[in-house]
Design a binder for this molecule. Sequence first.
Ligand code: AMP
Length: 400
Amino acid sequence: MNFDPKGKKVLVRVDFNVPLDEAFNITDDTRIRRALPTLRHILNGGGALIIMSHLGRPLKKLKDDGSIDTKSFTLRHIAPHLSDLLKVPVKFASSCIGDEAERMSDQLKAGEVLLLENTRFHKGETKGDEEMSRQLARLGDHYVNDAFGTAHRAHASTAGVAQFFGSGSKSFGFLMQAEIENANKVLLTPQRPVVAITGGAKVSDKLLLLEKLIDFADTVIVGGGMAYTFFKAQGGQIGDSICEEDKMELALGLLEKAKFKNTALLLPSDNVAADDFANEANQKIVDSMQIPDNWQGLDIGPQSIEEFSEAIRSAKTIIWNGPMGVFEFDRFAKGTNAIAQAVADATANGAFSLIGGGDSVAAIKKNGLDDAVSFVSTGGGAMLEYLEGKKLPGIKAIRD
Ligand code: AMP
């Protein structure tokens, strides 16, 4: 953040889309904490802080009478905790645009904080509406985007608003900068060998990522539900395991591409199969190409854990996106937990490890290993798209 906040009204887009329980208590404040360095920098540097964020999808979850469920989706839920963390009172504007927000922003003094109501209470937000963007831009004289989690969306508060600020009047926040730098470290200047670990439910969600990883990694590990499409495509028996029949050709294409590029593509050699999609299901270890009828693979097996861990331990750069199995079921979390440990071990031995968002982040946290890896991304979809090589609108809008 190479600007002096002194005397400025700084409009900051953060990602405070945190999980809440039924009583609207914050159950995981990671995203708020990760924005604090930027917020404190502005306050300590003599700026006034105007903070905006979305929370949930209020327009997708309207009340029965068609109105917005403001009680569930208000950012007021966040204000007391934010105030505790920043150690300053947090004022609140009941709409992110309009007279009240403009008046409160006008009156805001250096060192003070104004939190705006959920940007997604307005239709214009997700449409990237120009008029909404213009109204938001009126609230500050410098714009900072620190919301990496929504950087892949061309919304009014993430991209549209930035068009109303000149190049000297808009910046990335520290978190956004760190996300970009760490992803670039992997993509542009990696120490080799690079081992990429992919998992999760569907090949279709990770197709572009796999293409890209096969291009630049030395080893690509494919675990989780995705792997069964690869087995079936090669003539394997996969029982009731999750499979995308219409992606089998593409899976074969990826295997071909890996051969051509001389990239090792590792699939699990064995699996933990279950006779039901449930934690309590009976389980047995089976060969990946011979999963019996009425059984489904829900985790990688012990042999695969060995093989994958060995590859991971030899890595100098690691990227991980997606669990090795249905890790939400404790009895099928062994593979994912073992991979988390292998990534931590490799990091302790000097490798750089990037946990690329979403469920792999949950797995790392569940194992208490968030401090044992190099960087944990706050962006699920955003990190996925960045790694795929896409230009993210929230990043582009600051650079243009
Ligand atoms: P993704 O969001 O694509 O990374 O997928 C994560 C989800 O994939 C998690 O909820 C896992 O439970 C699920 N998943 C992983 N392995 C399997 C599997 N073998 N069968 C069914 N679902 C799986």
